[in-house]
Design a binder for this molecule. Structure first.
Ligand code: ZN
Length: 87
C-alpha cells in the first residue's frame, strides 16, 4: 500500500470539519463530518434533511417555505430601492 497516500488521507480527516451534534454527555460529537456537511456518519451526515413543503409534518400554509421567504425578501429589496429613490 502507498504509505504517503494513507498519510494524506489521515491528514485530511484530521483537518476535516467536526460534527457539531450534541451528545448525551452534553458536548459536541466532534467526529470528522461528512465532506461539505456539518454532521458525521452517525449523526445524519448523509441525510438530505427533512422533507420539503407539505410533506413536512410541521408545514402549515406555506408562509415560510424557502420560495415564499425568498419572494418576500425580493419584494422588500424592491420597496427599499424605491424608498431610497424617493428621498
Ligand atoms: Zn457526530
Amino acid at each position: 500500500m502507498d504509505q504517503s497516500r494513507v498519510v494524506t488521507q489521515l491528514e485530511n480527516i484530521r483537518t476535516a470539519q467536526r460534527c457539531g451534534a450534541r451528545t448525551r454527555a452534553g458536548g459536541a460529537c466532534q467526529c470528522p463530518a461528512i465532506r461539505s456537511r456539518k454532521r458525521c456518519r452517525l449523526h445524519g451526515g448523509r441525510s438530505p434533511g427533512a422533507p420539503m413543503g407539505s410533506d413536512n409534518g410541521n408545514y402549515r400554509d406555506g408562509t415560510f417555505t424557502a420560495e415564499a421567504v425568498k419572494e418576500r425578501q425580493w419584494l422588500r429589496s424592491v420597496v427599499r430601492t424605491y424608498a431610497k429613490l424617493e428621498k
